[in-house]
Design a protein around this ligand. Structure first.
Ligand SMILES: [Zn+2]
Length: 273
């Protein structure tokens, strides 16, 4: 049986797959809190750092939490228990639990966030929607459905596979969909790319009202169909993606996907009047 890995060894493995140098300039991925020499017998994976996640880690006896979204983005001026982020930093340190975040470097990695989303939607022959010059990294993914289906039927599949309470979209429900582009999380910046790559539909999140106008043709008909499936909903499969990769590399550690939804967003559907 190989030795129990340390936080440092786990970080090195993740950064060989998704180098920190490929993260966006605004990002703050990597080890956020903790001692790199901490041994990791149990670790917990979640999309976001929340108090519930910390409670779950404590119950499991986990010494490492890996999240996609970094907890620390801006410099902290004080670490007290009075506000959300500093309180979590305080609690992590008090409980001796390390926090590691793999963010836009995993978005850009081959087999990363958008590939996990594409797989969940059953897309085949997937490749980067916007590859880097080397082709080794990129943003978004484009692929094909096994057979063309109407947008209406595809919306039902998306809602079921991503377990979304609702979908915001612009598109003709009767339009045939075969080529599909996806980008986990906020991907409005790739709408033009999806259109120029011949996508019949583009699925991402955090789409602003005016972005929906960018897919209208001269008659005002939307093409490609533009679908906002929610930020959490398009990225939550990153949790199992990481569990699988880490369990393969470090089988001696127990890798657990959180049982909680870390999204604070709820959808209110009014009762029928
Ligand atoms: Zn995100």
């Amino acid at each position: 049986m190989p030795n129990t890995p340390t936080v440092r060894q786990i970080a090195e493995f993740l950064e060989a797959w998704a180098p920190l140098s490929s993260a966006m300039s605004y990002d703050n991925a990597g080890l956020q809190v903790g001692n790199p020499d901490t041994e990791v017998r149990t670790a917990l994976l979640g999309l976001d750092m929340t108090p519930e996640l910390l409670n779950e880690a404590k119950t499991l006896g986990a010494t490492l939490i890996v999240t996609h979204h970094p907890l620390l983005f801006r410099p902290l001026h004080a670490v007290t228990t009075e506000t959300y982020v500093p309180n979590l930093v305080w609690r992590l340190a008090s409980e001796n639990i390390a926090l590691y975040s793999i963010h836009t470097n995993l978005d850009a990695a081959s087999g990363g966030v958008s590939f996990a989303l594409a797989e969940q939607l059953g897309l085949a022959d997937t490749e980067f929607l916007q590859p880097s010059e080397s082709g080794e990294t990129g943003f978004g993914v484009i692929g094909s459905l096994p057979a063309p289906i109407r947008l209406q039927a595809f919306l039902e599949i998306i809602a079921e596979r991503l377990e979304t309470p609702a979908l915001r979209y612009a598109g003709d429900p009767e339009a045939p969909i075969r080529r599909v582009a996806v980008c986990g999380g906020a991907g409005s910046n790739l709408i033009a790319e999806a259109a120029s790559c011949g996508a019949d539909a583009y699925i991402t999140a955090d789409i602003k009202y005016h972005d929906f106008f960018n897919v209208l043709d001269t008659r005002g008909h939307p093409h490609p169909a533009l679908i906002d499936a929610g930020h959490y909903e398009t990225e939550k499969f990153t949790e199992s993606l990481l569990v699988e990769a880490l369990a393969k590399q470090f089988p001696q550690t127990a890798w657990r996907r959180t049982k909680t939804s870390t999204s604070p967003v709820r959808t209110f559907i009014p009762p029928k009047r």
